[in-house]
Structure formats: C-alpha cells, structure tokens
Design a protein around this ligand. Sequence first.
Ligand code: ZN
Length: 262
Amino acid sequence: MEAEISSAVDQAGRLVAESTYVVALCGAGVSVDSGVPTFRGPDGLWTRLGQPSTHSYQVFLADPAAWWRQYLSRDADPARAELRDAIARAQPNPAHHALVDLERMGVLRHTITQNVDGLHRKAGSASLIEMHGNRTMNRCISCEARWPREETVIGDYLPTCPFCAGLVKSDTVMFGEPVPRGVLARCREEVERSDCMLLVGTSATVMPAAMFPENVEARGGILIEINPEPTVLSDRADVVLRASAGVATPALARRLRELLGR
Ligand SMILES: [Zn+2]
C-alpha cells in the first residue's frame, strides 16, 4: 500500500480507537469486489439496461399481482434478472469480513447498509440494518414483518402476510417507496449515538442516508471516508482512505487490532 494511504489508515485507526460508538454507513462500493454490478456509472446496470421507473412503488400498488408475475419472469426485465443472478453467485469479500472483524473487536457498534444483496448478513455482521431491504426477502407493507422469499409462489393469487394478512412485496425499497418507518427509526437511533461514522463505498447522496453523516458532523463527530473516488463528503471527512473498500477496510481493521492489542 502506498505510503500516503498507510498514513491515512494510521490516522483513521487512532480516531476510531478514541471513539466510543462507531457506526459504518455502507454503499455499493462495498460489494464491487464481490462482483455485484453497480447501478449508476459507466458500467452500471441502469446505464446499460435502463433505469427502472421512478414510480416503481406506485406501479406495484396499482396492480400487485401483475408486478409479482413480472418480477418472477426472467424475460420481462433483463436488468433485474442479471442482478438476481449476480447476487445469487456473490460471496462476501474482504471489506465485508473486515467490518465483521471490527464488530467482533468491539470497535464497530453498528452497520447500516444501503445494499440489498445480503452480503453483510452472509459475512456475519450481527448488528446490522439493511435500510433499503434485502433482495432475498419479502416484506409486509402493513406490519413491516420480513421473511425469506423461498416459499413465495405466485399463481393467480397474491401472497399475503402470515402475521396480519397485509399486502406483501419484495423487501427491496423501490423508487417512490419510503424506507419502512421501523427501519428508519432504528437507523436514526444508531446515528444519534454515533460519534464516528465510517463511510464505506458510498457517496451518501440518496435520502435519507444523506442525512446520517450530516447528523454526526453536526454533533462534532468524526467522519472517515473509504472510497476510491472523491465524493461530496470527501472535503468534510476528517480522514479519507482513497482506496477500494476491499483494500482499505481490512487495512483499517489490521491497524485497529495492533492499536488495541485485540
Ligand atoms: Zn403484516
């Protein structure tokens, strides 16, 4: 690793070690090394195959049965099928494992991810919020219960919630759909407690995640950015690790292990 990065890792490690409640906010950059395609950018899924309707949630609500039939058909939506295949194959990479290491060291208290691929869960993150949902799960829009999708069979009837008989959708938060109330409340609790936030592979430009680093900063907390590209947060971060999540996150975890002797 270049000297410049290694000095930033050292600085970040010391700031993390002095903090009392470290929260990671993660985005698509964490899953790049797992082969999960990104949405935006030159090779992004939406750039190549078209962005979904910005009213996806309203389309779902207008005819949920039609939405489910299309969702489960491979031909109807190539972008969705490609993403589903990539996620089915994907395994956690060193960035996911390093976040689990930091959690087990007692350093990282919580991980909030915007990714829907379930890889943090697969890697073993215990204190985790998947704020945009998990593609392998279903969710009830009434009581917000979530469960694995496997048993969903769509014929001529719609799946209903086993707990309250409410309408069931994919857990993934759609365009036009608010983040579920309970999920957002838990995010806010974690953010309010945080005096140091790791911004890993995210530019945090999408609401409501964009508010989280602002909140930490406004209370005098530390922001540490891990991203190979500059973002709108770079100038505001106390330390920037200008490298991929798969390289910089394990380096930070190693440094913390040395500093704390754990
Ligand atoms: Zn329900």
